[in-house]
Write a protein of this length. Sequence first.
Lengths: 336, 246
Amino acid sequence: MKNNQRDDHLVTTAAASTPAAPNGEVNAGIATATVEIEHLSKWYGDVVAVSDVSFGIGAGVTGLLGPNGAGKSSILKVLAGLLKPSAGEVRVMGRRMRSDVELFRRIGMVPEQETIYPYLTGREFVRWNASLQRVSDLDSATQRALTTADLGDAADRRIGGYSKGMRQRIKIAAALVHDPDILVLDEPLTGTDPVQRVHLIRLIQNLGNAGKTVFVSSHVLHEVERLADRIIVIVNGKLAAVGDYRAIRDKIDEHARTIRVKSTNDRGLASMLITTPHVASVRIDPDPLSLVVEAEDVRAVYRLLPRVAREHDIRLFEIAALDDSLASVFAYVTQR
Amino acid sequence: MILATFPTLWLTLRQFAAGRATRVVAFFAATPIIFALVYLFNSGGTTANEFLGVVFNEFLAPTIVPLATLILATATLGNELSDRTVLYLVLKPIARWRIIVEKFIGACIVTGVAFIIGIFITWALVAFGPEMPKSAVLPAMIVSALFGVAAYGAVFLFFSLVIPRALLVGVIYILLWESLLARYIPGIRVLSIRHFMQSIFVHWINDPKVTIPQPTQMGSAIIVLVAVVIISLILASIRLRQMNLD
C-alpha cells in the first residue's frame, strides 16, 4: 500500500527549475520538507552532473527517478555530505549537511556500491554500525535490524560470501540499526531476486508509512511505481518533473501513441480498427501474441475498442500503452 | 569492549588481522632475526652492542621500519578509499579527526607489536652469544623503533589521503630520501625521521662505539617526532574532512 497523499498535478521542468518554496509545488506535494535542496549544481571539471536542481522532500517515500548517468547518485552523495556541491545548498532538518556530522545520527544511508568489509560477518558489520551510531544496546539493536532486513542465518556468515541481494539487505540492516528519521537508498533493489524484492519494497513502504522520510533512487520506472507515489525525475542533471507518480502515468496514457491489445480475435479486431480514422497502423505482434495499434488519437481508440469488440463478439484481455517505458516518460516530461 | 568504545580501531585491527599486509610486515620485522642467527655462529669480533647498533642504525632505522610502517599506514585508509568502503565510516556521526586517530593507532599497534617481537627475539639470540649486550640496548631499540613507527605511520597515513599511489611514492621516498640522501648529505640529515629515531637510540644506549653523525639531543628528537605525528594527523583530518568521496 502506498502511503502518500496524491498530488493532483505534475510539476514539470518549467516550475521545477524554480527554487524550492517552503510549501511549494517543487516540494513534491509535501507540507514540510525534511530535506531541502536549493539550486544544487555539481560538476566534475567540464562535466555537469547536476544543474541548478531545487526540491524538498518530507515524510513518506519519495522516488528519485532517472536513467543511468542522469545525476541521481551525485544528488544523493551531496545530500549525504559525501560530495561538496559546486553551487547551491543542501539542508537536512534545517541544518547544513556537510558541516554537521551529528546529523548522521538522524540519517541512514544505503550506498549503491557493493563492496562491504568481506572479513566481517553480517552481524559484526551491523553491530559495528550500531557502535558508530552510539546505540546504547548494541545486541538488541543489531538483532532487530537483522530481523527487519530478513537476513536469517546468513547474518553469521562472512560478507565476502554474500550474494548481491544479501549485500543489499545487510546494507539496509546497517542503515536501519540506529532507527534513523531519514533513510536514503541508492538503487536498493539492484541484484535482488523477486522474493527479496517484494520483501524490500514492503519494508521501504512500511518505513514510509511509519512517518520516516525515505528517499529512494532508481532507474527502473516500475520499481519506483511500486515504492513511491511521489517522484522526482532527473534527466541530464536537471530536474525534469516533480510530483505524483500517477499524475505522470495519467499523462503518459493521454499522450501514448502505441497500444497493445490482447483479445480472442486479434486479426478480426485489426481489420475493424484499420478502417477507422483514429488508427494509423495495426500489426500483429507474435511475442507476446497481441495487436499493436499506432493511434492518431489514442483517447478515441480507447473509447472505440470496447465498442468494436462488443459489436463483433470479441473479448478483450488487455489494453496497455506501450510508451510507458522510462525513456518515454523522460521524453514526455522533458519535451513539455 | 574495543568495538563499543573505539569502533574504528576495532575495524582497523580486524582489517589487518585478516590481511596479507600484516604478514608482510611481520616478515619485515623478523628480518633482524636472520642477522642475529648469523652473528651467533660468527660474531667476527664485533661486540653485542656494536652488532645491535649496526642492525638498528644501518638496517632497521633507514629501511625496515619505514617500509613496514608504510605498508600498513597507507593501507589503513587507502584500501578503504580505493574500494570505497570508507563510505561506511564517514556516513556516521563521528568526527573525521577521530577516524584518523583510531586508524593511525590501529596501524601503529600492529606494526609496533611486530617490531617489539622481532627486536626482542633478535636481542635474545644475541644475548645467547659470546657476551651480553648492555641492558639499555633492548629498550632503546624498541622505544626508538616505536617512535619511528609513529612518525612514519602518521606521515604515510597523510600521504595515502593526498597521493593516489601512496605506496609507490612512499617506497621512493624511503629509498631515495631516508636511505640515501639523508644518510650521506649532512644538511638533509636533520630533515629525516630516521635521524631522530637514531638520535634517541644512540643517546639512550650511550656507547661511544655506537653513534651517528651529529645526533640530536634525545629530548629535542622526541619533540620533533611528536610534532611530526601531530602535524601529520591534523593535516590528514583536514584532508579527510575536505575530500569529495565520490
